[in-house]
Write a protein that binds this ligand. Structure first.
Ligand SMILES: CC(C)(COP(=O)(O)OP(=O)(O)OC[C@H]1O[C@@H](n2cnc3c(N)ncnc32)[C@H](O)[C@@H]1OP(=O)(O)O)[C@@H](O)C(=O)NCCC(=O)NCCS
Length: 213
């Protein structure tokens, strides 16, 4: 993380943001450890790296996102931490953690992506849309995305009693389509307008041999 960006962000904190940051730190108790990755809550310290990732046109296209300024990214981070229906974890590659994992430390050096769920169906709050991004190409095709999704789904089933997961994926995103289909997601619809598939997986069909939480 750039020291300048971090300091710049800190001097602007409002009272509301200080409270939110404290809440975020309380949430750092929520850490999920797998074989290859550790999922930690999205903390303020992660924002500059996340923002840098989201300047890449390929990542913006793959995740159907718009480029934001750093200030806007801090606001989005804040809104996500306040939204009880959205749960975001930052994916840490265990091999990149320097000096051993310390709970509560953002471990910015080991950030490789994010995984989130969003209970965005007002008629069914036990249906969750799931998204994954392994931002650094060097970290891809090592099984880190797959492990992160499985851990997130296990967590969501246990904590929020999610019964169905949904993923929306652009028709040209072969990597993501393969990943979700391999996990058992099946196509439920296709949007001509957005050129994307919607895939679904009932939680009952997810076989998690080793609990990830
Ligand atoms: C899609 C993405 C999350 C995959 O993450 P990853 O960590 O590289 O995936 P994994 O190594 O866990 O691979 C799991 C499966 O995904 C599929 N897959 C992953 N990368 C692939 C690629 N480049 N081409 C084809 N299939 C691929 C394979 O089926 C793979 O299983 P296999 O290794 O047994 O063949 C990653 O490429 C990414 O973040 N891309 C940019 C952002 C994005 O597209 N996000 C999804 C938006 S819907």
């Amino acid at each position: 993380m750039s020291k300048l960006a971090n300091e710049g962000a800190r001097k602007e904190l409002t009272e509301e943001e200080v409270v939110e940051e404290a809440r975020g730190r309380a949430a750092t108790k929520r850490i999920l450890e797998g074989k290859k990755v550790i999922l930690v809550p999205y903390m303020r310290e992660h924002v500059p790296t996340y923002h840098r990732w989201m300047q890449d046109p390929a990542l913006l296209a793959a995740t159907a996102s718009e480029p934001l300024t750093l200030d806007q990214e801090y606001q989005v981070h804040l809104s996500w931490t306040q939204d009880p229906l959205k749960h975001t974890f930052i994916v840490l590659d265990k091999q990149l953690i320097r000096g051993g994992f310390v709970p509560g430390d953002p471990h910015v050096e080991a950030m490789i992506g994010d995984v989130n769920i969003y209970m965005n169906d007002p008629d069914d709050l036990h249906m969750a849309e799931i998204e994954i991004m392994i931002a650094d190409p060097k970290s891809r095709q090592k099984g880190l995305g797959k492990e992160s999704i499985l851990m997130m789904m296990a967590f969501a089933i246990q904590k929020y009693e999610i019964h169905t997961f949904r993923a929306k994926i652009g028709e040209t995103n072969t990597a993501s389509l393969n990943l979700f289909r391999k996990l058992g997601f099946v196509d439920s619809s296709y949007s001509e307008v957005f050129k994307e598939f919607t895939l679904e997986l009932p939680a009952s069909e997810l076989s998690i041999k080793e609990p990830a939480v």
